[in-house]
Design a protein around this ligand. Structure first.
Ligand SMILES: Cc1cc2nc3c(=O)[nH]c(=O)nc-3n(C[C@H](O)[C@H](O)[C@H](O)COP(=O)(O)OP(=O)(O)OC[C@H]3O[C@@H](n4cnc5c(N)ncnc54)[C@H](O)[C@@H]3O)c2cc1C
Length: 285
């Protein structure tokens, strides 16, 4: 299907008006346009380009937390030294998206709204407690990121809703986080299995933990059983192994060209364990 209407918006109001008329937003186009070119999906009949909307740009770190405009690129996020230090799992994720070109062009809004179960940024942001703000001509709402995804390529967003920004609270003192994926090559590959971990340590004990899995279920999601295995523990090998096994047990992976379900489940425990070790090392540093 070819595009019958393409407009470039100059403001959020322009975008919302186009969405109300049935258009789909395109930001960097690295999912939407590249997918259509490769025959994975057809292009929508009506598109509104949002890349010139200034209100949707920006990466701002303050004492209270982090705000990412929907158009923040993976490159802008992973090159930010404050994000590397305080929101490390997110920096880990953005660093390995695609290639240099993909990271420069692809946006956080596009990554989240594409809702792939293998997307890089969803797990880290769920662990970091992110919320997303959606706006339509009818109003605005803010929801937890964990509540955004409903299935592969599906979100709770209505067709007229635009993702405006992503907000992440400042992590507590003694917190470290990490994201790791199993990949067959460094660039131009998606996760075979991915795991995100956030831990807070105090006096040798793990006082808080959030673990999320990637490419292991129809949506990115956190794993309460793995978190329970860590909270209150010393963060030693037994606790890490129990948490990794809990991730494997909670997974419901598919078999495809990248790996069988059984291989993915076995690797889930390994990758989750490594992500937890890395998060603990950062928390203790
Ligand atoms: C070669 C290549 C390698 C890749 N590697 C990876 C990888 O390693 N990891 C990974 O996670 N992804 C990867 N991707 C996928 C893609 O680059 C990312 O998901 C990127 O962040 C998408 O952002 P975009 O701005 O290009 O989205 P677009 O293609 O513009 O949009 C994607 C979807 O989101 C919707 N959308 C965009 N912005 C908004 C908004 N503000 N509000 C509401 N809906 C919106 C669009 O309508 C569309 O449905 C790769 C892509 C390519 C081409």
């Amino acid at each position: 299907m070819s595009v019958s209407s393409y407009v470039t918006a100059g403001s959020v109001d322009d975008v919302l008006a186009a969405l109300a008329g049935g258009a789909r937003p395109v930001a960097g186009g690295t999912d939407l346009v590249v997918g259509a070119r490769s025959g994975k999906s057809s292009l929508p009949e009506s598109l509104v380009a949002i890349h010139r909307v200034a209100e949707l740009r920006g990466v701002r770190v303050s004492a209270d937390g982090l705000r990412l405009g929907a158009l923040a690129s993976h490159e802008a996020i992973c090159e930010n030294e404050e994000i590397q230090a305080r929101y490390s799992a997110l920096a880990d994720a953005c660093t390995i998206v695609g290639s240099h070109a993909t990271r420069a062009q692809g946006t956080i809004g596009g990554n989240l709204m594409n809702a792939s179960p293998a997307m890089e940024t969803g797990g880290p942001l769920i662990c970091l407690g992110a919320t997303v703000t959606l706006r339509s001509a009818a109003g605005e709402r803010t929801i937890g990121l964990a509540d955004l995804f409903t299935g592969p390529g599906k979100t709770v967003a209505e067709p007229g809703e635009l993702l405006i920004s992503v907000d992440v609270p400042a992590p507590a003192a003694g917190t470290g986080s990490a994201y790791l994926r199993l990949e067959y090559r460094r660039q131009m590959e998606i996760a075979v299995v991915g795991a995100s971990a956030l831990v807070t340590v105090d006096g040798g004990k793990v006082t808080d933990a959030r673990i999320a899995m990637t490419a292991l279920a129809p949506t990115i999601r956190h794993v309460p059983e793995a978190e329970a295995a860590l909270i209150g523990s010393d963060g030693g090998p037994a606790a890490i192994e129990a948490a990794g096994e809990a991730v494997a047990a909670a997974s419901s992976p598919i078999s495809d060209v990248r790996g069988s379900a059984g291989y993915r489940r076995a690797m889930a425990a390994v990758i989750a364990g490594r992500a937890i070790e890395q998060a603990l090392a950062r928390a203790r540093a």
